[in-house]
Design a protein around this ligand. Structure first.
Ligand code: THU
Length: 128
């Protein structure tokens, strides 16, 4: 899949954000190594701490569908500048794919590309 198609999917996913509290809408599109895609959007709650990020929604949808091998994730958000995944989402992504391409965008769909390894060089693990 071309990078621009993944960006388009993440942008589309942003439409489904439920973000009445922050009004910060995030969409994510996850590409599996097998070529499937899963999208997610942030879902907030009046009990703020129960809110969940777009990236984790995408990962959980994929895992719940039997997919655990990821090649890339793209994040689109409202607001200025480039939006990076939060630390909690990096940890969740690292659980499944240490070698993941992370594409971040700004509102004009300009993008930057990283490897998850460089964004979260030290990952928590149980050391098993
Ligand atoms: N958010 C995401 O969806 N992904 C991130 O990586 C960081 C933050 C959401 C959570 C909340 O709904 C809103 O952005 C403001 O923090």
């Amino acid at each position: 899949m071309h990078k621009n198609d993944l960006i388009a999917l993440a942008r589309e996913a942003q439409e489904y954000a439920y973000a009445p509290y922050s009004e910060f809408r995030v969409g994510a599109a996850l590409l599996t190594k097998g070529g499937k895609t899963y999208t997610g959007a942030n879902i907030e709650n009046s009990s703020y701490g129960l809110s969940i990020c777009a990236e984790r929604v995408a990962v959980f949808r994929a895992v719940n569908d039997g997919c655990q091998d990821f090649a890339a994730i793209c994040i689109c958000a409202s607001g200025e500048g480039f939006v990076y995944p939060c630390g909690a989402c990096l940890q969740v992504l690292a659980e499944f794919s240490k070698d993941l391409t992370v594409i971040i965008t700004d509102k004009n769909n300009q993008h930057k590309e990283y490897n998850l390894n460089e964004m979260l060089p030290q990952v928590f693990s149980l050391g098993k």
